[in-house]
Design a protein around this ligand. Structure first.
Ligand code: ATP
Ligand code: MG
Length: 322
């Protein structure tokens, strides 16, 4: 698969007056053309920080300290202001956490589409803007006749579809979706994701998909990256990540997660608490919570290594324990 986005050794720090917290440490992954790449991990592990970094929408106190982000071979970190403006929305668009509140409540939906389309010069006038808006609303299953309504006249699910339609407006090659449906009930959530999936197959864009919900992630992603305390600890095909995990943290996530099919098994949480990023240990970040950890794990930082079809950041990837 031809790579579209290549993130290499990305480090992002939050610099406050007296401390510096590395929220993203040496994260590397690739998203292929037309691929859905999922990013999962517990709250605070750095998923949104990665999403903001990739789109260069991070704000102070966050800074990208090192690494590389290449989009179709071009270094995103070297883009100037003009190029960056085209990159955002034109090449990559975003649907962020609580996106349905991202619409301006005092503007009709039509005007919000028109502003985006005109700002990026993809339409010449109001008439063309409305024609494209009708097309886009239709794509996400909303009647074009409703384009003159205000956001509050739509349900939460419909507002979310509108935000997705705006994200599609400039035919981006990559859409970054950070918890795109978290605020919605499970039925609407699934409907919207199915629709995104169909659009993705039809239009061929790639997705960086972030969610807490592992079952949704397995269903809708091709490959999944698992993050722990700012680091990517495992990357694997979605069909394998929970069934044959290579990293003990992924194994723990799988055990803590109810299976939809098969026998009922008791759910087991991962003992301990997430790492305090302002006090990072010398060795493996997961060692304190890992049932397999030994002195080597506590002393030496593991690299992300290839383990069969997976990548795992572990001195003792699980298959070696049998
Ligand atoms: N503005 C900020 N200033 C300082 N630290 C921050 C700031 N924003 C985030 N962080 C820290 O960066 C880490 C990663 O946060 P991030 O929001 O990326 O996590 P996340 O994986 O998206 O979590 P969630 O699943 O809850 O959305 C957290 O430990 C958080 O405390
Ligand atoms: Mg987040």
């Amino acid at each position: 698969m031809k790579p579209l986005l290549e993130v290499n050794n990305l480090c992002i720090d939050y610099l406050t007056a007296d401390t510096s917290v590395r929220a993203v440490n040496n994260v590397s992954f690739t998203i292929g053309e037309g691929e859905v790449f999922g990013l999962a991990g517990e709250s605070g592990c750095g998923k949104s920080t990665v999403a903001y970094g990739v789109t260069r929408l991070h704000q102070p106190p966050a800074i990208i300290s090192s690494g590389s982000i290449k989009f179709a071979g071009e270094e995103v970190l070297d883009m100037n202001k003009d190029r960056l403006q085209k990159y955002r929305w034109g090449d990559v668009s975003m649907v962020f956490q609580s996106a349905m509140n991202a619409l301006n409540p005092v503007l009709r939906v039509e005007k919000q589409f028109r502003d985006t389309l005109m700002a990026h010069k993809v339409v010449r006038n109001k008439k063309e803007a409305q024609a494209r808006t009708a097309e886009l609303l239709d794509l996400v299953g909303i009647s074009p006749s409703r384009m003159f309504d205000y956001p509050h006249q739509f349900s939460g699910g419909m507002r979310q579809r509108i935000v997705i339609a705006i994200a599609l407006a400039l035919k981006p090659k990559l859409i970054v979706m950070d918890e795109p449906t978290t605020a919605l009930d499970v039925v609407v959530q699934r409907e919207i994701l199915q629709q995104i999936h169909e659009l993705q197959k039809k239009l061929g864009f790639s997705i960086l998909f972030i969610t807490h919900d592992l079952s949704l992630m397995v269903e809708f992603s091709n490959r999944i990256g698992i993050m722990y305390a700012g680091e990517l600890v495992e990357v694997a095909p979605s069909t394998e990540i929970l069934s044959v995990p290579k990293h003990p943290y992924t194994e723990g996530l799988g055990r803590a997660f109810p299976a939809i099919h098969g026998e009922k098994t008791p759910l087991i949480g991962i003992p301990g608490t997430p790492l305090d990023l302002s006090n990072v240990p010398n060795g493996c970040r997961f060692a304190a919570r890992c049932e397999y950890a030994n002195d080597k794990c506590k002393a030496n930082v593991p690299e992300l290594i290839e383990v069969q079809s997976h990548l795992a950041r572990c001195h003792y990837p699980l298959e070696a324990k049998a």
